[in-house]
Design a protein around this ligand. Structure first.
Ligand code: CP
Length: 311
């Protein structure tokens, strides 16, 4: 049974198929309106979400099926053994998307092979975001083969892991300008797989990365738990200042994009933390693709569900 977990087991052909399917669905949504009639998507969340929840739920509706939102905190997951509960949950649906605190729970769920399982953002991977971002870049560049150089600024994390691997498999050069990796996201096997392609470079030289870049991405490196009513909590002040010092030099802002020729398109998977990893002038910059990037989550989720349920 096929699942969507890490992208490590997806070939270049698999990734191209999903992206091309998403392009086709976006152009002709009515053609796909009944393809998943009577199918049920279960959406299990252990963490909060805006885009992932909306895009999967709307996507399943638009394909003629039904989606059920299940919050682990308001269901019986807190009271029982996870494996028993998830085995029961999967009896009610045809496909499961799971936003988990720990990838090991996603892996366990998929290993049961009851229905296709999608990692909808764990601490290590965010494959739906990576595929959606490639769709956005392909649209903007005028085709997948036109995406040549992608830059990631800030922290290495679950989103950069899967974006890096997908790009590397497609032969796209990825520059990581990342002074640090989020420890819980590190997957050495994935890193080795991406690096073996020869398409991944790590550097702290912004000029080397930004020169001729087609797209520049970032994601949050500030923990919102540090704040209370807009103020930094005293117990987190030291860590807050350390993160500013480490990551602020690699902030995505309009001046940076303009300095290197003003060509690079600006991307962020959202939610944005304005003034930290990205500035207001970058979000609202003429090169910003951020809101199309959010919308494309819808089109890619449809392609992913069709791929897993229909092949
Ligand atoms: N980018 C992303 O996954 O957004 P949500 O956390 O709102 O789902």
């Amino acid at each position: 049974m096929k699942h969507l977990l890490t992208l490590k087991d997806y070939s270049r052909g698999d990734i191209e198929k999903i992206i091309n399917q998403a392009i086709e669905i976006k152009a002709n949504p009515k053609k796909y309106a009944d393809l998943l009639q009577n199918k049920t998507l279960i959406m299990l969340f252990q963490k909060t979400s805006t885009r992932t929840r909306l895009s999967f739920e709307a996507g399943m509706t638009q394909l003629g099926g039904h989606a059920i939102f299940l919050d682990s905190r308001t269901s019986q997951f807190a009271l029982t053994d996870f494996k028993d509960e998830i085995k029961a949950v999967m009896r009610f649906g045809d496909i499961l998307m799971f936003r988990a605190r720990k990838f090991s729970d996603v892996e366990l769920t998929a290993s049961l092979n009851q229905i296709p399982v999608i990692d909808a953002c764990s601490e290590k991977y965010h494959p739906c975001q990576a595929l959606g971002d490639i769709l956005t870049m392909a649209e903007s560049a005028g085709g997948l083969s036109k995406i040549k150089k992608v830059v990631w600024l800030g922290i290495e994390n679950n989103v950069s892991n899967t974006l890096k691997l997908a790009c590397a498999k497609l032969g796209i050069n990825v520059y990581l300008v990342t002074p640090k990796a989020h420890e819980i996201s590190v997957d050495e096997e994935l890193n080795a797989m991406a690096e073996e392609t020869g398409h991944v470079r790590k550097t702290l030289d912004l000029a080397a990365a930004m020169t001729d870049a087609d797209f520049v991405h970032t994601d949050t490196w500030m923990d919102m738990e540090f704040f209370e009513e807009g103020e930094v909590k005293p117990e987190f002040k030291e860590e807050y200042e350390a993160r500013i010092k480490m990551f602020q030099p690699y902030q995505l802002n309009a001046a940076l994009v303009n300095q290197y020729g003003g060509k690079a398109k600006i991307m962020h998977c959202m939610p944005c933390h304005v003034g930290y990893e990205i500035t207001r002038d970058a979000i609202d910059h003429p090169n910003s693709l951020i809101f199309s990037q959010a919308e494309n989550r819808l089109h890619i989720q449809k392609a992913i569900m069709l791929y897993l349920l229909k092949g």
